[in-house]
Design a protein around this ligand. Structure first.
Ligand SMILES: Nc1ncnc2c1ncn2[C@@H]1O[C@H](COP(=O)(O)OP(=O)(O)O)[C@@H](O)[C@H]1O
Ligand SMILES: [Mg+2]
Length: 252
């Protein structure tokens, strides 16, 4: 049996005097989805930033497909990020270039991961574009002309086109209309099941976590206060903070 796709141990990030996260540990295996829930400022994006190689931890470590990422820098780090990780963020403009076409955004990622051959690249981009159920005939239109939901679909296509080991989603449906949210979540769940890609999904919204995550971490003030199988944590929360999250309409 192969080891976890993503291993995080004692992960600690300090932003000057502020603690971003404190001694966070977890594993994600192939085919698994880990959810991270917690209120704003609890450290979710900080943890995801370290997994996505955007941030360097102050302490602890992140291993991707068995490789320690700490010493990987420069071009090698960009390559590992391009090939090993797909990212979907709440704000599409942080991952996409809005002025270029949907197809262009997807192709760009393939080129960055070393795909060559015009027709092979075009075919692959088209296949993924279709898989995320974007409208036929809009592939060459600028992303700036797309709705919020469509932009998330382009992000998902771009993130998955290079078949990364792990897909990281930071509030992927936050801010969308409820009906659009539901369709995007359906799509993510379907693609995850079909491809078996390991996933970490961060959300302040328990409904998103409930729908996508097998395992769950509950974070507060940079620390993990509870973890376990999602169904167990949500049906039988043990930490008072998780009980508050689950039982009440606590605004997170
Ligand atoms: N770039 C930064 N500089 C300083 N403090 C930051 C920075 N990013 C996050 N923080 C702080 O780290 C803590 C965790 O933030 P974050 O990981 O963004 O939480 P979440 O994603 O759960 O809202 C918060 O106290 C936040 O203010
Ligand atoms: Mg965040």
């Amino acid at each position: 049996m192969s080891g976890p796709v993503l291993e995080v141990r004692e992960l600690t990030v300090r932003y000057g005097g502020t603690l971003g996260c404190d001694a966070v540990s977890f594993d994600v295996h192939e085919g698994e989805v880990l959810g991270i829930v917690g209120e704003s400022g609890s450290g979710k994006s900080t943890v995801l930033g370290c997994c996505g190689l955007d941030l360097h931890p102050s302490g602890g470590w992140v291993r991707l497909s068995g490789m320690d990422t700490a010493g990987v820098v420069g071009a090698q780090r960009r390559r590992l990020r391009n090939e090993g990780i797909g990212i979907v963020r709440q704000a599409a403009h942080e991952e996409l270039r809005l002025e270029i076409s949907a197809g262009g955004n997807i192709v760009e990622r393939l080129l960055a991961t070393g795909y060559r051959g015009f027709q092979a690249i075009r075919d692959r981009a088209e296949r993924v574009y279709t898989e995320v159920e974007l409208p036929a005939g809009r592939m060459d239109a600028a992303v700036a002309t797309f709705s919020g939901g469509m932009r998330q679909r382009v992000q998902i296509a771009r993130a998955l086109v290079s078949e990364p080991a792990v897909l990281l989603l930071d509030e992927p449906t936050t801010g969308l209309d409820v009906s659009v949210q539901a369709r995007i979540l359906d799509l993510i769940r379907g693609l995850q099941r079909r491809t078996g890609v390991a996933m970490v999904v961060v959300s302040h919204d328990l409904a998103v976590i409930r729908m996508l995550a097998d395992q769950l971490l509950v974070m507060r003030d940079g620390r993990v206060v509870e973890s376990g199988v999602t169904d167990r944590v949500l049906s039988d929360p043990r930490h008072p903070y998780t009980q508050l999250l689950v039982s009440s309409r606590l605004e997170v």
